[in-house]
Design a protein around this ligand. Structure first.
Ligand code: ADP
Ligand code: ADP
Length: 225
């Protein structure tokens, strides 16, 4: 069974077709990079996989379970890094992490140790009481990534997770994704820059105008151009 499966996805926003028959299958433990220019459909794909948007056609499955608003089983397996978390401006970092844990039915006492660990390695140990709205883009990304790791997911869906992050934190992020991968955790990482993920991803897919136009290892794709 695939960890992540998107089959023949179409999505329109009014007259705009953001997805035009996107099919993508990712196995357990893979670190998959979804690469493409702005507007290609990356965020739409991740939102559908995270159960936040309904496709106009096609389906998305997480470990064989179709993702849809009423099927929470699939979403329990997922850690999600959204693109633009404007709604959390008025929560402190700790409140945000507690909120994410609570949403997932996790007892804070069970995960607070992990929360402290991630804030520490990302250099945010002194920022627990800062408001999300006061943080730089990179700091917000580190909190979002920490939250996604915190829920002990089988599948990580991450939309431009390292945007604005300092190089050292990008390194911490990659090491953690690799460690989780070795334990069977699957990562789907979107990016508009190949460099930011090329040494991390076991496989990449190139998305353009709502379809996958190429797929393979970074070496395979580079040898074709
Ligand atoms: P990417 O993440 O690759 O930049 P998106 O999935 O955000 O791509 O967008 C794909 C296309 O859908 C773009 O043309 C974008 O302008 C359009 N789009 C995305 N969200 C909306 C929306 N809420 N309303 C209308 N058009 C949208
Ligand atoms: P989109 O999803 O539409 O491509 P992004 O969320 O990637 O938009 O970009 C939002 C802002 O973050 C932009 O100002 C962009 O310059 C910045 N940004 C995105 N990715 C990175 C990155 N890897 N490093 C630094 N800044 C980034």
């Amino acid at each position: 069974v695939y960890a992540v499966e998107a089959v023949d996805l179409y999505k329109s926003y009014g007259d705009t077709w953001a997805l035009n028959g996107l099919t993508m299958r990712i196995g357990p433990g893979e670190i998959y990079g979804l690469l493409g220019p702005n507007g290609a459909g990356k965020t739409t794909t991740l939102k559908i996989l995270a159960g936040l948007l309904k496709p106009s056609r096609g389906y998305a499955r997480i470990y064989g379970v179709e993702v849809s608003s009423r099927r929470v089983e699939a979403l329990r397996l997922v850690g999600y890094v959204p693109e633009n978390p404007v709604v959390f401006q008025n929560l402190t970092v700790e409140e945000f992490l507690r909120f994410v844990a609570a949403l997932r039915g996790l007892d804070w006492r069970e995960v607070s140790g992990d929360a402290e660990y991630y804030l520490e390695v990302f250099g945010l140990a002194g920022r627990k009481d800062s408001f999300m709205g006061e943080l730089s883009r990179g700091m917000v990304q580190k909190v979002l990534v920490s939250a996604a790791f915190l829920v002990r997911p089988k599948v990580l869906l991450m939309d431009e997770p390292t945007a604005g992050m300092d190089p050292e934190s990008q390194h911490v992020f990659k090491e953690e994704v690799r460690r989780l991968s070795s334990k069977g955790v699957t990562s789907l990482i979107s990016s508009h820059q190949l460099d930011s993920v090329e040494r991390l991803c076991t496989r990449v897919g190139i998305i353009y105008k709502g379809r996958l136009i190429a797929e393979g290892t970074v070496e395979e794709l580079k040898s074709r151009v």
